[in-house]
Design a protein around this ligand. Sequence first.
Ligand code: DAH
Length: 352
Amino acid sequence: MTQSTAQSIEDLTQTALGELALLDNSDALEQWRVRYLGRRGGLTSILRGLSQLDIDQRREVGALGNRAKSTLEEELEKRSQEVSQARLAQVADLERIDVTLPGRPVATGRLHPTTQVVREITDAFVAMGFSIVEGPEVEWDHYNFEMLNIPQGHPARDMWNTLWVDYVNEEGQRPMLLRTHTSPMQARVMESMQPPVRLVVPGKVYRYEATDATHEWHFHQVEGLAVDEGITFADLKGTLYEFARQIFGARRQVRFRCDYFPFVEPGVDMSIDCFSCEGTDSSCRICRGSGWIEILGAGMVHPYVLRAVGYDSEKYTGFAFGLGPERIAMLKYGIDDIRHFYSNDLRFLRQF
Ligand code: DAH
């Protein structure tokens, strides 16, 4: 009995030490302690069996058991220290900075293609002495139409499919809308300042429109306005010609044709010669074989508009223009569908 108990103590000690050497974290060490030294652990239960032995054997094997217990406790302590030191070294290793490693690339965002083109457009005019102003997207009928020579019931209202705001005033009218163009800022600005006026108005506009590849219900415009004494149609042509060459390259030619907008007289549209085929390809996707691409509407500010804001239309003249940045971007970058601009598709956006 003595022999075999002594042997069990010896075996258990060897097994325990063998396992201990392989443990590498504090949870495993704690489980090991419970398994061998805990109240129901291996060594504890052997020692509990000692009461069966007679007094001499008990003393002998008891001493053996106590030594084994101290050995296991000491070795546990040692191993715990090794494990925690290894852990500290590992953390230090992770935190060490290796200055020879290549830097990690930082992902940066970018400007939306519309924003980029709006800035290119406004920059071109700022370089010619224009200032930038912005205005409200929720607008009054008064500024969006009335002040621009488009009275209630005027057939030209059909040129702008309007989103009306559901607000009824005391007279039972619905005078509020989402601006259909940036032109109302012409009236707002002139009302608040005297000539000379030279400004561009970038901003968002809204139309009650079924969407397709060339129509969106919201898009951008850049409005331009120059009013002073002695401004002529030659100033309009020179300014817009310079603009076209800034955006589409120094080789561009421009063409003006008559067009109708109620707030200008005469009104025109301006085209540039086709930068893609230069008029040589009768099946060109961009100009459809015509050799010309229409890029904006413009004209001499209508005397009605000048008078409506209190300007002396005998003394002052001016020109105005309006253009669509999305259309410009589509031409410049060969984008075939205006809906790409607001579909939030990163495959599209990352190309700019
Ligand atoms: N506001 C017009 C539109 O949305 C564009 C435009 C045409 C603006 C001629 C102008 C202009 O200032 O002179 O269709």
